[in-house]
Every structure is written in C-alpha cells, then in structure tokens.
Design a protein around this ligand. Sequence first.
Ligand SMILES: C[S@@+](CC[C@H](N)C(=O)[O-])C[C@H]1O[C@@H](n2cnc3c(N)ncnc32)[C@H](O)[C@@H]1O
Length: 377
Amino acid sequence: MDNQDKMSGEEASQQRDQLVKRLLQSTMGTFDIFTIYIGDRLGFYRALADNGWLTPHELASHTRTHERYVREWLEQQTVVGILEVEDPGIEAKSRRFRLPPAHAEVLVERDSLNYLAPLTQIVVGATYPLGSVLKAYRTGGGVSYGDYGVDMREGQAGMNRATFLRVLGTEWLPSISDIHARLQADPPARVADIGCGYGWSSIGIAQAYSKVIVDGYDLDEPSVKRARANAQEAGLSDRVRFHFRDASDPTLAGHYDLVTAFECIHDMSDPVAALRTMLSLAGETGAVLIMDERVGETFTAEEDELEAFMYGFSVLHCLPAGMAEQPSAQTGTVMRPKTLRRYAEDAGFCDVEILPIDNFFFRFYRLKAVCPAEQQN
Ligand SMILES: C[S@@+](CC[C@H](N)C(=O)[O-])C[C@H]1O[C@@H](n2cnc3c(N)ncnc32)[C@H](O)[C@@H]1O
C-alpha cells in the first residue's frame, strides 16, 4: 500500500483543497505576467513613470492606445496592487493613477539589478509555440529557438543585461585573480564569448577591461545582429565583434586567453562538441568559464523555488529548444553539476572546479584543460 492509499479521507480532501487554492493563486500569477507584459510592451509603465499621476485618457494619448482598454488595464493593475489610484470614488474617466517609484525600479529601470519586466517577455515567449511543444512531447522532436520569437530573445537579454554590465566585470571576474590579472595585462587579452545572445556579457567584459578584445559567437542570426548594434551603441565595435557561428562546429578556430559560456550550455543540442571547441579555443594556457543554473546536485522531491523556476522553463522552452537539432544530449534547464562534469570529461577537460561566486540563480564552473599534477611534470 503506498502513502496515497494510507491517507485518510480528511487528509485527501485537504490535499485536494490545497491544489484548488494553489491553482486559483496561479491563475492570478499568470494574469500578473500577461498584464505586466501588456504594460511593458505598450509603454504604459514608462509613460506613468515619466509623467506621474495620469487619467486613462492621458495615458492613452501618451502611448497612442485606446482609452477604454487603457482604463480597464489601469483598474486591473490597481486592484492587484501594482498601481495606485488617487481617488477611487470619482467618475471612472477622471480617476488618476500612478506607478509607485519602488515599482518603477522593477518595471522600467533597465539598469537596475531588480529590473524584472523582461521576465514577462520570456514567459510569454515560452508560450508562443505551445502547439509545437505539445507535438514535440509526442514525437520526441524539438522546437527551434527562433520559433519562440523575439520576446524570448529580448526577455533573455533584458534579464541578464544589468548583471552583465554591472556585476560580471566588477565583481565576478575580479574574484578570479589570475583571469582578472590577464584581462588587465598586455598584450591585450582575447576573449571568446560562446552563446552570447544579444552580446551584453561581451560588452560588460569590454567595458570593465579597457584593453580586451572580445569575439562573441552565437548560432541565432537575429541575436548576432542585435549584439552588433548593441556594441556599436556602446561605442565598442572596434574591440567587440560578433559572429554567426555554431559553437559545436569543429572548424571554429582561434586562440583566446578566456573562453566563456553564460547560461547557454544547457540549451545546446551538442554541449560536448561546444565544450570541445571551447577547449581548443583556450588551448593549454587559456581559461574556460561557464555560468549556468544553480540547480541542486541531485533530484529530490522536496519543494524548492529555484528548481521549480528552472523546471518551468525547461518544460516549456529549454528542453524543446535543445532537442530541435537531432541527435541531442536532451539536457534541459536543470543541468546538474555532475552532468556538466560528464560533458567536460567527454570533451577532453581534465577537471571542473566550482568557483566560490555567490549568486542565487547561477553557479560558476572553471574547466581545466591541464590538471595540477600534469602541470608539475
Ligand atoms: C539562454 S540564451 C543565453 C544568451 C546569453 N549568453 C545570455 O546569458 O543572455 C542561449 C543562447 O545560446 C545560443 N546557442 C545555443 N546553441 C548554440 C550553439 N551550438 N552555438 C552557439 N550558440 C548557441 C542561443 O542562440 C542563445 O542565444
């Protein structure tokens, strides 16, 4: 008899009621995501942050949208506690609403480490190809990264942008003393940034280290185009270049002092081939650094918010995207340290060190081409 069978009728009703309650709460959470998406995409939050208290008509004028829709959205956002209303008792059309400054940091300040509007873009993007995702579950096929559309790309880039520009080159890399020293030294260090997306990690490294030359590589062409535009806008196109390349292509050659892969190894259909490329780009003297999700060492049945977050993305996006190219390693977002160790070993690395960089979402791995014992010989 299993636990379920041993449960009393009362316990079973409690368990059922908890799920009912949870689903109702999840519905509200889902509405938050989609209505924040509307406010972000249509520029409602930006206009409210710039102009203070606004009536529905004023917000509609600022954003060239339809007043009736805007009023519904303003009222909904107030009821859920994201906006404030000046006087709820007056006629609907005359009510004025505002975005509290503390909420503006989360919803419009793209340089803030608390900026989360792009998360709604990722979640909405993850639902675009749901029909194809269902089909993939039945057939074992995949769904290409491109099918998730611009929201997935932009959301991903927007979520990591501030961290890459503000933390990567000022805290994370300086904490690895030999890499930090090399990035500051002459001759100028060369960095390869694999799976660079919109290029913010490459740009962040170049901004923090004024001499380095960075090559970003990504196999998603629209991302590479945006990365080039971002480098140009940052005034860095002379030192930061982006290339439309598949990291698992063995003809990708070069010699680099540092080879990085930020939040992308788990997305790759052939991570071992990509790691093999990274090993060859770094040679025996370069460093290889990987940032990926800080999931647990093993699967457990215990409730864990970070695992729940990562599994959510995996089920909807990362696993199907990683299975778009076949054969696939079928990794998914929840890439545990032992999986990365296995990939690294298969690619020819001799050791994987977990770096003491403290971050809620990410774990940092340093892959070694040569082990200390070999170095002494
Ligand atoms: C989750 S995004 C991460 C982007 C960026 N590094 C960041 O942290 O914002 C994963 C990226 O890996 C890229 N990618 C996946 N497989 C790749 C491969 N084999 N070669 C190069 N890039 C790849 C995707 O196109 C996508 O831009």
